[in-house]
Structures are given as structure tokens and as C-alpha cells.
Design a binder for this molecule. Structure first.
Ligand code: GLY
Length: 594
């Protein structure tokens, strides 16, 4: 298939109709995600010997699988899939946001990290968030000041240019055509539209989002979602990615943010730079784990959690996957990681040095020795550093974000997480149809206040010009020697870390297949507030046993969706997308078995 053949018919239909891709469980597209049992398991995972793509939208996975079928590699597929997700699910990600990607090149035996996280505008200052001398957290969550300089397009273009095979235009066109031709509104988008509309101010800067969400009626599942302005923007970007950063599209972005109180400038956009970093490496259960370094806290807390669990001397598989005892022990390890995040981490040399010291073997052993099987402990027990002021003044909010896993037939792999932060980011949409992020809320504007995810943070993550906000995104690859054996990552603010960790534990410690691991119950603890979040349908006896260990229980609201691909010892890929956002994986057509 070449790019022009997409013009003949709506893209999603053409992909499936041409027999290029097998969508694993097509019925999920229309089904409300299932109630999840403690052991999940609603069917087998997708199996493939021809590469696989796991995104949290079935059509986006199919876009990536079609790229693989056409001879694209994992980088090509991940770029096309990420762009498609941003069109299909503007609540979570898009070209007005940013992200991180880990890329394993099986031929060159290299793992590269692309950091295309937003940066704070050059003139942004903590005092910008003060009203009448007091910090106003709402300004970091909605409107122009909330917008960080988007890195998505430069990041994806740099990946494609450096490590892809197909043309950039070929990778952007599926997203442009999805926006132009329209797609049925997904279950997830229909689910978040009414709550977003209910909170949206009736003011001119927010009219474009109101229109995107269907106005007073609110968008319903199956309604055709057509985004012609975004289609035109994507076509311009397909011709030249720099069109996003200079000229009319950049002017449109700046004008939209400034009309809503922002300070972002044309110079900020022109100056944006993707940063290539070394991955953060750890070892666990005999595997090598490559994950995201600072400015994400995700990789550090993931490795801390896995490292503590490995050193407790507690046999987690013997406790049983999904048992209250296993959930409790996992929560205890998470509390240590999140306590460290709150006190120490941020996008600075000192934040980076502090993060590296957290993974010291002797330290992990000391923390592991504090884990008690019978009960949880007071907040001061977690971490080893002096506690900062406890944050107040917010409630844990919803989390956008979207994760894509791709492994191709040659064993190349990409783990890519992309985000506009909260649902629909800043709630601003440009004339060109771009939803602008609210990544500035991932900073602290005042360490005595929590951010939109209820996260306590320190001066290390204070908002400041040119800085990157501390993230929870946790794109991860797992290796047996120098053979990639897995890809994982997720969405949902700080729950990205806890949920990705639990899926990794599910597959590579508890021995669950990829789909069962994704569909199993998960818990979340972020140390502050001192509350263990469980899913609404967790069995009452498991809840009771967690409460009996001293946990204060709360219920997870918005979904955290994890995608995973496992390479089995026989070489077959097992892929799973999270039903919590209605996702499904896809693979180039053909039998999994030779
Ligand atoms: N905006 C979500 C994260 O980066 O953690």
C-alpha cells in the first residue's frame, strides 16, 4: 500500500478491509470495558510472529500494524501509531503535547532515549501563578499559563529521521486522513466528554473544545469524529515538521495560549530542542531493564519498586498474583519510591544525582528490610531523606497520556509514552485543531501545594523558565542479555508507575500471559496522600484484607491503561492493550505459527 491509496476510502475501513492487519479483539471497539476480576483473563493475548503494536485505541494499533506490513520498522510504526492516537483520543495525547520514547535497534544493539517533553516558556516564573499574593493552582491546570512548549512533532520527526525507514509523510498521512475522514467516537472519548464539558468555563477561549466535545449534547460513542482543521495542520506537518514550529501554525499556537493568559512565544517554539539521553538501566530477576531517566520519575520509581521487592525475601509468587498480601507488599515498595520522588526529584543536576543515588544496592536492601508483611506503617517510615512540607490543597485528578509498544519482525522495539497531561490538557484548542497541553501542572508552583494528581513535590521540581516538568511516564524495555523480551508502559499520571510495575510483575514474575497481566486488578499508592487506591470492582474479601493491614482505601477514578508486549522463549510475540480505555493490539496479518 502506498500513501495515496489511503485517499480512496476512510482509513480504518481500508486497513482492515485490505486484510493488512488483524485486530486482536475487534469487539472491544464497541464494548464498554469489562468489569475486571482479580485474575482478569477474558481471552488469549494477540500472538504474532510478524511484529505487533499495542496502543490504547484499536484503530491506532491497526495504523501501526499496516506500517509494519508495508516494511516499516518499529520506529516507523510507533511514530504513525502515536500520531493516530492523538487524533482519535485528544483527551490523552496529540501534537500539542510531548513525550518520551525508548528505541532498541536490534542490528546496532543500541538503546536510545528521545526526550520530547514540553519545556516551560523562557519567561515563565512561579510568580506568574500568584493572584493577590497567593499561588493559584488552577492557573497551572487550565488556560494559557498551563501550556508548555510542545515537543511531540520535533521528537517524532527526529526519531523517524534517525531510525525509521519509511518517509515522514507516509507516517503522518494516516493520522491526517483519520482526522479528515472521521472515525466513530470511541467508548473512552464518549466517557470523558460529559465530565469535561461540565467543568468547562463558558468563556471564549474554551469554545473550540466545547465544539470538539459536541457542545451541549456531548459526544456519544459512535458519533463521527471529524477534525478538518487538525487534518489541514497534519497535512502541513506531513510536508515539513518544522511547519509546526515556525510560521502560521506556530503563530496560531502562540495566539491561542496568549489570548488565554499565556506567555509562550514564537521564540520558545523555534528554540525547542529534543534531548537524546542515555537510558536508565537496572537489573531485575536476571533481566536487564531499560527505562526513562529524569526528567521522569517513572523509571527511577519503577526500578526502586522492583529492586525493593526483589530484596525483601518475600516470595511474591507464593503469595499469589492478585492476593491481598501481594498487593500490600507491592504498595509498600511503591510508597518508598514515591516518598523519594516527593522529596528529591526534579529536572536539575541535583535532581539527577539524587535519583541515581536512590538505586544504590545497599540502600534498596535497607528499605526492603523495612517492609512488613502484616501491616503498613506511618508515612515517616518511607524513604530515607528528611521530609519536606506535606502538600495540601488539591485532590488527585484525572490523567490523560497514552502508551504505545511496538516490536517488529527483526526484534527492534519502541516503548513510547505521549501526553497532553490532564484530559484535553489546558482545554485550549488552536484554530488549527491542536489541543494544547497543560504540562506545567507537572511542576510545583509552590511546594506547600499538591498538583492536579495530588502529588507532593519539592523545590527540586519548581516551575522555572526552560525547565522540563517532572513526569511519571515510564516507557520501558526488558532484555534477556541483548535480546529484547518485553515492552511496557502506561497512562494515568502517577498511576503510570504503579500500574506499569504491576503489569511487569504480572508477566515476568507471576508468569501471567500478557493479556491476563493487563486485565488483572491493580493498586496504587503514592505515599502522599496516605491512601491505597483500589479498582472499584476489587473483590470485597481482598479489600477487607488490605484494610486489615492498616491501609486507608480509596477507589481509582479514571482509568490507568497499560500496554505490554512479551517475547516468548519460542519467539512468538504476545501483545495486550488495556481494556480500561478500550484498547486492542494489532499485528500484520498471517498466522502466529509457521
Ligand atoms: N503528564 C503526565 C506525566 O508526565 O506524568
Amino acid at each position: 500500500m502506498n500513501a495515496t491509496s489511503h485517499r480512496a476510502q476512510p482509513l480504518a475501513r481500508s486497513l482492515v478491509g485490505a486484510g493488512l492487519v488483524a485486530i486482536a479483539v475487534g469487539s472491544w471497539i464497541w464494548r464498554t470495558p469489562p468489569a475486571l476480576g482479580t485474575q482478569g483473563s477474558h481471552g488469549p493475548p494477540l500472538e504474532s510472529r510478524r511484529g505487533a503494536v499495542a496502543a490504547d485505541d484499536p484503530t491506532a494499533s491497526a495504523v501501526g500494524a499496516a506500517v509494519l506490513a508495508e516494511g516499516g520498522n518499529a520506529v516507523d510504526a510507533a511514530v504513525a501509531t502515536a500520531l493516530a492516537v492523538g487524533v482519535l483520543n485528544p483527551a490523552s495525547s496529540g501534537i500539542g503535547g510531548g513525550g518520551f520514547a525508548l528505541v532498541w535497534d536490534a542490528g546496532a544493539r543500541t538503546t536510545r532515549v528521545y526526550d520530547f517533553r514540553e519545556v516551560a516558556p523562557a519567561t515563565l516564573d512561579p510568580s506568574d501563578f500568584h493572584v493577590d499574593g497567593k499561588p493559584d493552582p488552577a492557573l497551572a491546570r487550565r488556560g494559557g499559563l498551563a501550556v508548555g512548549v510542545p515537543g511531540e512533532i520535533r521528537g517524532l520527526a527526529q526519531m523517524a529521521r534517525g531510525q525509521g525507514r519509511l518517509s515522514w509523510r507516509r507516517l503522518v498521512l494516516p493520522a491526517a486522513h483519520l482526522a479528515r475522514d472521521g472515525t466513530p467516537t470511541s467508548w473512552f472519548l464518549a466517557h470523558v466528554s460529559p465530565e469535561t464539558l461540565a467543568d468547562l468555563p463558558d468563556e471564549p477561549p474554551y469554545t473550540p473544545l466545547r465544539d470538539l466535545l459536541g457542545g451541549d449534547r456531548a459526544r456519544r460513542r459512535g458519533d463521527l469524529l471529524v477534525r478538518p482543521a487538525l487534518a489541514a495542520t497534519l497535512l502541513a506537518v506531513a510536508a515539513d515538521p518544522e511547519a509546526f514550529y515556525r510560521g502560521p501554525l506556530a503563530d496560531d499556537l502562540v495566539a491561542t495560549a496568549r489570548a488565554a493568559g499565556g506567555v509562550i512565544s514564537a521564540e520558545d517554539l523555534a528554540a525547542y530542542q529534543v534531548v537524546e539521553r542515555a537510558p536508565l538501566w537496572g537489573s531485575w530477576q536476571g533481566l536487564r531493564v531499560a527505562t526513562m531517566p529524569v526528567p521522569s520519575s517513572g523509571g527511577v520509581i519503577l526500578l526502586e519498586t522492583l529492586g525493593i521487592l526483589e530484596r525483601t525475601g518475600i516470595d511474591l509468587p507464593a503469595l499469589g498474583a492478585g492476593s491481598s498480601a501481594a498487593m500490600h507488599v507491592i504498595a509498600e515498595a511503591l510508597k518508598h519510591g514515591f516518598a523519594d520522588r516527593a522529596r528529591l526529584m526534579g529536572d536539575s543536576e541535583s535532581g539527577r544525582a539524587a535519583a541515581a543515588a536512590l538505586l544504590d544496592d545497599a540502600r534498596l536492601r535497607r528499605l526492603a528490610a523495612r517492609v512488613r508483611l502484616d501491616r503498613t506503617q506511618p508515612a515517616a517510615v518511607y524513604g530515607e531523606m528528611p521530609a519536606g512540607p506535606a502538600g495540601v490543597g488539591g485532590r488527585p485528578g484525572t490523567g490523560g497520556t497514552s502508551h504505545v509498544c511496538v516490536i517488529d519482525v527483526e526484534g527492534n522495539a519502541v516503548s513510547l509514552t505521549t501526553t497532553v497531561n490532564g484530559y484535553f490538557g489546558s482545554k485550549l484548542v488552536t484554530a488549527g485543531g491542536v489541543v494544547l497541553n497543560n504540562q506545567i501542572d507537572d511542576f510545583t508552583i509552590d511546594p506547600t501545594l499538591v498538583n492536579g494528581f495530588g502529588l507532593t513535590q519539592s523545590e527540586a521540581n519548581l516551575v522555572g523558565p526552560g525547565r522540563r516538568p517532572l513526569s511519571s511516564m515510564t516507557p520501558t524495555l526488558l532484555f534477556d542479555g541483548d535480546r529484547v523480551v518485553g515492552c511496557a508502559g502506561g497512562s494515568g499520571g502517577p498511576r503510570i508507575i504503579s500500574n506499569t510495575a504491576q503489569v511487569i510483575l504480572g508477566v515476568w514474575l507471576f508468569g501471567l500471559d500478557a493479556r491476563t497481566a493487563v486485565e488483572s486488578q491493580r493498586v496504587h499508592h503514592q505515599w502522599s496522600p496516605d491512601e491505597l487506591k483500589v479498582e472499584a470492582d476489587l473483590a470485597p474479601d481482598v479489600r477487607g484484607a488490605l484494610a486489615a493491614r492498616g491501609h486507608v482505601l480509596g477507589v481509582t477514578g479514571s482509568p490507568s491503561a497499560v500496554q505490554v508486549i512479551r517475547v516468548r522463549p519460542d519467539g512468538v510475540l504476545e501483545a495486550a492493550s488495556d481494556p480500561r480505555k478500550g484498547g486492542a493490539p494489532a499485528a500484520p496479518a498471517g498466522p502466529a505459527w509457521p
